[in-house]
Design a protein around this ligand. Sequence first.
Ligand code: GRF
Length: 227
Amino acid sequence: MSDKKLVILISGNGSNLQAIIDSVTESYIQADIAAVISNRGDAYGLIRAQLNDIPTHTIEHTQYTKRTEFDKALQICIDQYQPDLLILAGFLRILSADFVQHYHAKILNIHPSLLPKYPGLNTHQQALDAGDTSHGTTVHFVTPELDSGPLVIQASQEITSAHRASNEPALQLASEILEQEHIIYPLAIKWFIEDRLKLSQNGAELDGELLRVPKQLQTIQSEDKPH
Ligand code: GRF
């Protein structure tokens, strides 16, 4: 195992966290998960971490009146672990520019849309309402703007008439897209840990090549395909 360290921020269920834990356990990602930090004490992801003997912390955002104070407390907690990579995995807080700058080129996020389409919330419903035939999910480097920053990899999901006819089209779509997230997020983290993925002044680079458009799961080489 490499001695690289990951710190993972969550707010909820933590299914992406679980996919990352599994990838580390199987040595698909050769790194150590140093800590999992949640802004909510009831996040199920905390239990997932504890079941895997990963240190956990809860920093309730409701205890802070100012965003910058919460971010500072979060930063102090993270920095005791000196992570090589900070991973946002369903972390539902907007982070201040100073915080993001502190971890420049070392923060990844996953967002459930084909960015730059639909930053923010309710992405599945927005794609359905717009009559889109394709939707998906994106891993990107984090910059101070919400759900922005250089794109790394996307997975697409066709929106079919069967989705639209289902009882809960947005939920149906969300669960299918989540499965794709569990593939592309560990893959992007693996690239980063292996020093293949970097954020340069020009943007995200994979194997020294600028990603003018994000990689697409459906078209990448089999050698890069996850387990
Ligand atoms: C995912 O849809 C992710 O794209 C978004 O938040 C959700 C997290 O789900 N950022 P989980 O907590 O990993 O199950």
